[in-house]
Design a protein around this ligand. Structure first.
Ligand code: NAI
Length: 254
């Protein structure tokens, strides 16, 4: 199969639904073999079955990116089925709504575990093979909250800003091995996670549309296009970058 990701083995975390599912579908359309990882067993199996129907080479594993043993087992399983991972998309994440004066340490840890530590654990697992092959790229799905945020979302913004910082550090460290690491920061994208945000932050649904210069919120496919470009050789000279996919929301002053 032709396409910009032909010959690549693309592992997407949080691939059962939303943005992750769209990235996996786009990567398959671009010719990649796709490895799906998620904690939602039924949904990741359903996504894999849907993608297989398009003729794509697909494998799915159930695992929690915050658990280093689960990361090792699931990546090993996916590599056994598809071969060494050449592209890692760290997409799994979760929102957090908290008050800094009341939040517990367990709540803090659970956000940072998913939104930051998990991305490092996944990178740690796939990088040795990429370094040995001098071939590979990583795309971390951060958020507009890494640079612009909203009240009530402590400490999601901190974890996502950390992910952008990790993207820069890792990009520098692996550049001598011919590997690239980039981030993508989505704004409002229509997924279950956004519905949860609208339901939690009063008035946000009404104000979101008006704030967008492009007059709409984004789709998972809008994000997937940019992610697959950055993952591909078409972006061979892009590393350590953080690309916004936010319909212009992040450039607006008034
Ligand atoms: P979603 O909630 O629809 O999908 C996230 C997926 O990640 C789910 O399938 C979930 O089961 C999986 N997941 C969560 N924790 C996991 C873990 N510990 N191990 C393995 N899988 C896990 O969310 P959505 O909207 O598709 O978000 C994807 C990424 O994009 C997240 O990192 C999110 O923070 C980011 N993002 C989303 C925005 C939006 O408006 N939807 C805006 C900015 C960033």
């Amino acid at each position: 199969m032709g396409g910009r990701l032909a010959g690549e083995v693309v592992l997407v975390t949080g691939a059962a639904r939303g943005i992750g599912r769209a990235i996996a579908a786009k990567a398959a359309e671009e010719g990649a073999a796709v490895a799906l990882l998620d904690v939602l067993a039924d949904q990741v199996a359903a996504t894999a079955a849907d993608l297989q129907q398009t003729g794509a080479k697909v494998a799915a594993a159930v695992g929690d990116i915050t658990d280093e043993n689960a990361v090792r087992w699931s990546v090993d399983q996916l590599v056994d089925e598809l071969g060494p991972i050449t592209v890692l998309i760290n997409n799994a994440g979760k929102n957090a709504y908290a008050d800094a004066t009341k939040m517990t340490v367990d709540e803090w840890d659970s956000v940072f575990d998913v939104d930051l530590k998990g991305a490092w654990l996944m990178a740690r697992q796939v990088l040795p093979a990429m370094i040995a092959a001098r071939r590979g790229s990583i795309v971390n799905i951060a958020s507009i909250h890494a640079h612009l945020t909203t009240a009530g979302m402590f400490p999601y913004a901190a974890a996502k800003a950390g992910l952008v910082g990790m993207t820069r550090s890792l990009a520098l460290d692996v550049a001598p091995h011919n590997l690239r690491v980039n981030a993508v920061s989505p704004g409002f994208i229509a997924t279950d996670l956004l519905e949860e945000f609208f339901d939690t932050i009063p008035g946000s649904r009404e104000t979101a549309l008006d704030a967008h210069p492009l007059g709409r919120i984004g789709t998972p496919e809008d994000v997937a296009e940019v992610v697959c470009f950055l993952a591909s050789e078409a972006a061979a000279f892009v590393t350590g970058a953080n690309w916004s996919v936010d319909g212009g929301l992040g450039i607006r002053y008034a």
